[in-house]
Ligand binder design. Structure first.
Ligand SMILES: [Zn+2]
Ligand SMILES: [Zn+2]
Length: 385
C-alpha cells in the first residue's frame, strides 16, 4: 500500500447543498462543464444547482448552461453555500469538481496527500499552537490517510471533510451563524508540520501500519477503536494509555443535563409517551469507558451499545451532550445529569495533551511514543507497504 499521488476529499458533506455559488477572484475562472468551457469573468458569481438529474449554471436569472460534471481549478474560485441559519465560504487548492449526487450536490477537491495533512493540522490547531504538537498531529493524520484511503469510495471520494474522517476546510474558510463570523486559513504551522514530517507514518513493532487516530481531549486516559467505535479488533498496539497532560484542558471534566422525555424521544420515539422511563450505564471497561446502556421503558428493557447511543443522541440532540465515552448518568427527578471526562472518541493522540507536552519541551516523537507506545515513526516515502 502506498499513498496515491492525490486524494479526493468530499467537501461540505454535512451541509448537503442543493445549490452552491462559485465566485471568480481577481482573475477570470474557466469552468469546464462536460468539457465545454464556461468563462467566469473576475469578480463574477455563478450559481450551480441540481436540475432534473443534472447541473444547471445560473447567472442571476439567466441560465448559462446545463450539464452533468463541472470541473474548475479550485484556486480560481471561492465556494459559498447558504443554509437556513448559516452561510459558509471556502477556498481550496487543487481541482474542484461538482456533480449532481442522488440527494444533493457532490463537491470533491483533489489534492496531494501532503497538502491534505497541512490542511487538517491547520483546521485542528490554532496557528499559535506549539510546533512539536503540530508535527505529532501531522504524523497521525498522515497515518490515518494511508490506512483509510477510499473510505468513501462508494460516494466517489476518499475522505469526507467532517470529524467522521478528519476536519478539512482547505486554504481559507469563513462561517456566518447567528450574526457571528468565524473562520481561519491554512496556517504556516500546518504547512511546516507537514513539511517537517514529510512521509512519516506510525508503524507497529510487528511491521504493520498503526491504525492511528486523534482526539480533542482524552480526559486522563485513552481507549481503543474497539471500545470507542464498536468495530475492529484490538490490535496489539491499540491499548489505552494514561495521560496527565490534559488536566488543565477545558473538557477534561464536563457536566451536561438533559430532561428525560427529550432523551427518551431521541432514543426511542415510539416510547415517548411512556410514563416510566429510565436509562443507566450497563457495561464499562475496567478503565471506566462505557460499553453499553440499558433503557427501561415500562416492562421493556433494551440494551444499546455505547457507540450506538452516542450516535443516536448526537444526530438527534446534537454533539454537545454526550461529549465522550467515559461518563456517568445520574437521575435528578425529571432531569438526567451526565458527568464525564474528555472530549471526542478518546482514541490515539490526545490533542490537548500533545499541546501541553510540547509546551513542556517534549519532541514530537516523544509525544507520539506516549500515545502510541508500541509504534514508531517510519518514513513511508521509502517503503512499499
Ligand atoms: Zn468520512
Ligand atoms: Zn489527555
Amino acid at each position: 500500500m502506498r499513498l496515491p499521488e492525490t486524494l479526493r476529499i468530499g467537501i461540505l458533506t454535512l451541509f448537503q447543498p442543493q445549490e452552491v455559488t462559485l465566485a471568480a477572484g481577481s482573475r477570470p475562472a474557466t469552468l469546464h462543464l462536460d468539457e465545454r468551457p464556461v468563462a467566469l469573468p473576475p469578480g463574477r458569481l455563478c450559481r450551480v444547482a441540481k436540475d432534473a438529474g443534472g447541473l444547471a449554471l445560473w447567472q442571476g436569472e439567466r441560465r448559462l448552461a446545463i450539464g452533468t460534471h463541472l470541473a474548475v481549478a479550485a484556486e480560481d474560485v471561492t465556494v459559498e453555500v447558504t443554509g437556513r441559519r448559516t452561510r459558509l465560504r471556502r477556498h481550496f487548492c487543487g481541482t474542484l469538481t461538482v456533480t449532481p449526487g442522488e440527494k444533493h450536490l457532490q463537491l470533491v477537491v483533489t489534492q496531494p496527500p501532503e497538502a491534505v495533512v497541512a490542511a487538517v493540522v491547520s483546521a485542528e490547531l490554532s496557528p499559535e499552537a506549539p510546533s512539536e504538537a503540530a508535527k505529532a498531529l501531522a504524523v497521525v493524520v498522515r497515518s490515518y490517510l494511508v490506512n483509510h484511503v477510499g473510505r468513501h469510495a462508494g460516494q466517489g471520494f476518499d475522505f469526507c471533510d467532517s470529524t467522521h474522517c478528519q476536519l478539512f476546510f482547505g486554504e481559507q474558510w469563513a462561517r456566518w451563524e447567528a450574526g457571528r463570523e468565524t473562520g481561519g486559513a491554512l496556517s504556516g504551522l500546518g504547512k511546516q508540520a507537514a513539511a517537517d514530517t514529510q512521509g512519516e507514518v506510525l508503524w507497529e513493532a510487528d511491521g504493520g501500519l498503526s491504525d492511528a487516530y486523534y482526539t480533542a481531549c482524552c480526559g486522563g486516559r485513552t481507549t481503543t477503536p474497539a471500545v470507542a467505535f464498536g468495530m475492529g479488533q484490538d490490535s496489539t498496539t491499540a491499548t489505552g494509555v494514561r495521560c496527565r497532560w490534559c488536566r488543565e484542558a477545558r473538557f477534561f471534566a464536563w457536566m451536561r443535563r438533559v430532561d428525560r422525555r427529550t432523551l427518551a424521544r431521541a432514543l426511542l420515539p415510539e416510547l415517548a409517551a411512556t410514563e416510566s422511563w429510565n436509562i443507566a450505564v450497563a457495561g464499562r471497561t475496567p478503565d471506566g469507558f462505557v460499553t453499553s446502556l440499558v433503557v427501561q421503558a415500562g416492562s421493556r428493557q433494551i440494551t444499546l451499545p455505547n457507540y450506538r447511543f452516542r450516535h443516536l443522541v448526537g444526530q438527534r440532540l446534537g454533539w454537545n451532550l454526550v461529549l465522550s465515552n467515559r461518563y456517568a448518568i445520574e437521575p435528578h427527578g425529571e432531569w438526567l445529569v451526565l458527568r464525564g471526562q474528555g472530549f471526542g472518541h478518546q482514541v490515539g493522540l490526545c490533542l490537548a495533551g500533545a499541546i501541553a507536552q510540547a509546551q513542556a519541551g517534549r519532541h514530537y516523537r516523544d509525544i507520539l511514543r506516549h500515545y502510541f507506545p508500541k509504534s514508531a515513526c517510519h518514513n513511508a516515502l521509502q517503503t512499499d507497504f
